[in-house]
Design a protein around this ligand. Structure first.
Ligand code: GLY
Ligand code: MN
Ligand code: MN
Length: 448
């Protein structure tokens, strides 16, 4: 009988080994405890489809819940990468599916040693003995945290007699997230694939959208494409927002009927089998023609987005990309009469925030809002080749936020227009690559 085993995470085991080697280097003589994600309850006794913790995935490629990875630089060769995993168990596998078990963890995932997860409490103290420090992220892993604290406390209790305990509990985040922020060529290839599928879905959505269809029917077209292409599904709750719904930044109800005369804002991207994500927003007229006001605001957001994308290059900063978009937006809003005053003053006062209330982008990778610092103290992190960020300015005209003192009341003809344009952009040696360029965005392409 053929045994149908999952393929996710078995690709390129050498890649995960390389990451672990770099993580060990960064750790120095501290041990690290990196937990997997648990299953999350959807309701009653039903669970959400499993989603691995990205730090754990990055270092192991192991796609099961209730596992813990130990990195033990103080141990002898052959005992440094230890996985605790759910053991093979026929009755559990009949209900929940295949598990690699401890043997699979060693044979296929490069673990030096593997144990059943229920032995973690009893073994953790011994494994951590002799480490100079313990890298563990407090506040995120409620089931593992008490075990780590107990193991460290026991070391501290014994220290007066044996003279040794880890000096401190440190966060692994700065080390690990600095690694994850800089993508390798293999990771860029996966992000290109996520971008390809996501861009195709946006092109399909624009072809089918028409007045009378519900937002959810358009969502179905997008997510069907993700699944057909072998992605796990949407990377985040797809936003399919007709008309004024687009002014709700995290609108995911997707249950309204598309109206003639409205714009449709779609913010959707897929998550691949190995968790790399796309994140694209496009906005277009439901019935194929912009109104004058819609066209003016669309052209303005597009100009801001293109200027911001053009600014992406090594040595610049995410803050600079935001400021680039913001200046174009505010200049245009003054020209359209939606803001009054001198541009520098408006920027300084934040007098545009009732129309543009979010940042212009974020890092993108295994998490949609990916890890990595944007600033270190007062210093904005400079863009480097291998970093990937979204560029996503928008304008949202509604009554939800008050018009700031001194700014004009908004004429009704502008209201209910919400526009965002979002691309995924990789920083390259000599500039950048727009990973999502296959999703069209020119004014002409948005009309039919
Ligand atoms: N879809 C979430 C974002 O654009 O950041
Ligand atoms: Mn988005
Ligand atoms: Mn985004």
């Amino acid at each position: 009988m053929a045994i149908h085993q999952p393929i996710d995470g078995r690709c390129a085991p050498a890649l995960f080994a390389l990451r672990r080697a770099r993580f060990f280097e960064a750790l120095g003589s501290a041990a690290a405890v990196i937990p997997a994600a648990p299953l999350a309850v959807h309701h009653a006794d039903c669970e959400w489809p499993f989603r691995q913790n990205s730090d754990f995935w990055y270092l192991t490629g192991f796609d099961e819940p209730d596992a813990v990875a130990l990195f033990l630089p103080h141990r002898p060769e052959g005992e440094r990468f230890v996985l605790f995993v759910q053991p093979r168990e026929a009755s559990a596998e009949v209900w929940q599916g295949f598990r690699w078990g401890t043997e699979g963890a060693v044979a296929h995932f490069g673990a030096d040693l593997a144990h059943p997860i229920h032995e973690l409490a009893e073994r953790l103290g011994d494994y951590l003995k002799g480490a100079e420090g313990i890298a563990f992220r407090v506040g995120k892993h409620p089931r593992v945290e008490p075990l780590v604290i107990a193991a460290w406390a026991a070391q501290l209790d014994r220290a007066p007699r044996n003279g040794h305990a880890a000096l401190g509990l440190v966060a692994p985040d700065p080390l690990l997230h600095a690694m994850r922020l800089r993508k390798t060529p293999e990771e860029l290839e996966r992000l290109r694939e996520a971008a390809r599928i996501s861009a195709e879905a946006h092109e399909l959505a624009r072809q089918v959208a028409r007045p009378g269809l519900s937002e959810r029917q358009v969502q179905a077209v997008i997510e069907q494409h993700f699944l057909e292409q072998g992605a796990r599904g949407p990377a985040y709750g797809s936003i399919v927002a007709g008309g004024d719904n687009a002014c709700v930044l995290h609108y995911t109800a997707n249950n309204a009927v598309l109206q003639e005369g409205d714009l449709l804002l779609i913010d959707a991207g897929c998550s691949l089998a190995d968790y790399y994500n796309g994140d694209i927003t496009r906005t277009f007229p439901v019935a194929g023609r912009f109104s004058g006001e819609q066209r003016a605001l669309y052209a303005l957001v597009l100009a801001a987005q293109e200027a911001a994308v053009a600014s992406v290059k090594p040595g610049f900063t995410a803050e600079g990309v935001h400021e680039t978009a913001l200046r174009v937006l505010v200049e245009g809003l003054v020209q359209l009469g939606l803001l009054v005053g001198e541009v520098d003053g408006l920027l300084e006062q934040g007098a545009y925030r009732h129309l543009y209330m979010h940042r212009t982008g974020h890092w993108l990778g295994l998490d949609v809002h990916d890890v990595g610092a944007y600033r270190l103290g007062e210093h904005h992190v400079e863009l480097e080749s291998g970093m990937v960020l979204t560029v996503e300015p928008g304008l949202y005209v509604s009554d939800r936020l008050p018009v700031p003192p001194g700014q004009p009341a908004i004429d009704n003809r502008w209201k209910g227009i919400g526009i965002r344009i979002e691309d995924d952009v990789a920083v390259h040696e000599r500039g950048h690559e727009v990973l999502t360029a296959a999703a069209l965005k020119s004014v002409a392409a948005m009309e039919r």
